[in-house]
Write a protein that binds this ligand. Structure first.
Ligand SMILES: NC(=O)c1ccc[n+]([C@@H]2O[C@H](COP(=O)([O-])OP(=O)(O)OC[C@H]3O[C@@H](n4cnc5c(N)ncnc54)[C@H](O)[C@@H]3O)[C@@H](O)[C@H]2O)c1
Length: 352
């Protein structure tokens, strides 16, 4: 298996699940948002060799080299940029990486006859829900550049499969992945100020941030705060293994939501996290942020029907594992991302 973005938050957890399922893995990552130390931890948890290639998914030559060197039965494509607000300020980077990267990957797969693709899509492709829960047939009206890059990449993959029918794909629309591997060795380690609720709460709990800003306390929800479908990253990882198994056993493409099918409000998450970590999480209710939704959750029944998969973990498990990761690694992974130049310097130092 080739896992692009394999050292990132979701990709690293999927590598563990794939290794446990007996797959050989090559992880490819340009370390734009990951640390090299993830690799050693991955190998330690997975208990088997995971090869690593430091490369950009937009680099067709690097992909060709990977495909020439070893047999690759399928690609799981996680490499991408994912911050909604950043995508508004930097649309070119988002289109280049998320759409351009997928295009380059598809071209290399076609050239080397790699016929299976599992793609990380997102519930942001739906935009504001017309009805809840969100089913896969809900219209796609993404409200930001990030969501549009995911929608376009989905269309690009489907168009390629129409022209090259041997290509079979799974488009997995994630809801909100949270939590961490139960060992506490790998987890979510955002650069700078976290964009997402869980890592923010975890950093408040561990004392790295003073308080949580809750954006909007007057939504039409049970307690006025936003409601989202959070899914434990280990459940999400199991969903990828199930998707791959389905592509192997029944070569037909499909699109499914990966969520739990229920939503939790921000304050429910805060209270549960407080209970799990035994510390108060100070928070302040602030004005709503433009573009944020009141509530969103998945209809997760299609995934269950097609893949025989459903989420097993609840909110308490998500908070417990997020807290274990954060408390064992208060400052995240030990090193900051290593630049390509620094990697070259280290290599030549080792050689001399
Ligand atoms: N985490 C979420 O909330 C969420 C929700 C829905 C969908 N997704 C999608 O899932 C995928 C993985 O998300 P994540 O949370 O693990 O993010 P992440 O940033 O932790 O992982 C992405 C990985 O891709 C790498 N990468 C980025 N650009 C690259 C490039 N050009 N070439 C090679 N590697 C590159 C990064 O270094 C990182 O390791 C992304 O495509 C994201 O859009 C994530």
């Amino acid at each position: 298996m080739l896992v692009t973005g394999g050292l990132g938050f979701v990709g690293s957890h999927v590598c563990v699940a794939l290794a446990e399922a007996g797959y050989d893995i090559v992880a490819l990552d340009n370390l734009a948002n990951a640390r090299l130390s993830v690799l050693a931890r991955l190998r330690e948890i997975a208990g088997r060799r995971i090869s690593f290639v430091r490369a950009d998914v937009r680099d067709g030559r690097a992909l060709a080299q990977v495909f020439r060197r070893r047999p690759v039965a399928a690609v799981l494509h996680f490499a991408g940029l994912k911050a909604v607000h950043e995508s508004v300020a930097q649309p070119l980077e988002y289109y280049d990486t998320n759409v351009g990267g997928t295009l380059t990957l598809l071209r290399a797969m076609r050239q080397h006859d790699v016929r299976r693709l599992v793609f990380s899509s997102s519930c942001t492709v739906y935009g504001a829900p017309e009805s809840l829960p969100l089913t896969e047939t809900h219209p796609l009206r993404p409200a930001n550049p990030y969501g549009r890059t995911k929608m376009i990449a989905e269309g690009l993959i489907a168009d390629c499969a129409a022209a090259w029918p041997e290509l079979k794909y799974a488009l997995l629309r994630y809801f909100n992945p949270v939590g961490a591997h139960p060992s506490g060795r790998i987890g979510e380690d955002p650069l700078g100020v976290p964009n997402n609720l869980f890592p923010y709460i975890a950093q408040v709990a561990v004392g790295r941030r003073a308080k949580l800003n809750v954006w909007g306390g007057d939504y039409d929800t049970q307690d006025g705060t936003g409601v989202r479908d959070y899914i434990h990253v280990m459940d999400l990882a199991a969903g990828h293994v199930a998707a791959l198994a389905r592509l192997e056993s029944q070569p037909e493409s499909f699109t499914v939501n990966l969520g739990t099918g229920r939503g939790y409000s921000v304050l429910e998450v805060v209270k549960t996290f407080e209970r799990v970590c035994g510390r108060p999480i100070p928070y302040e209710i602030r004005e709503r942020r433009a573009g944020d939704l009141a509530q969103s959750w998945a209809d997760a029944t299609l995934a269950e029907r097609l893949l025989g998969w459903r989420a097993r973990y609840g909110l308490e498990d998500m908070c417990r594992d997020a807290w274990r990761w954060q408390s064992l690694n208060p400052d995240g992974y030990p090193e900051r991302p290593v630049s390509a130049a620094e990697t070259r310097r280290r290599r030549s130092r080792r050689r001399s």
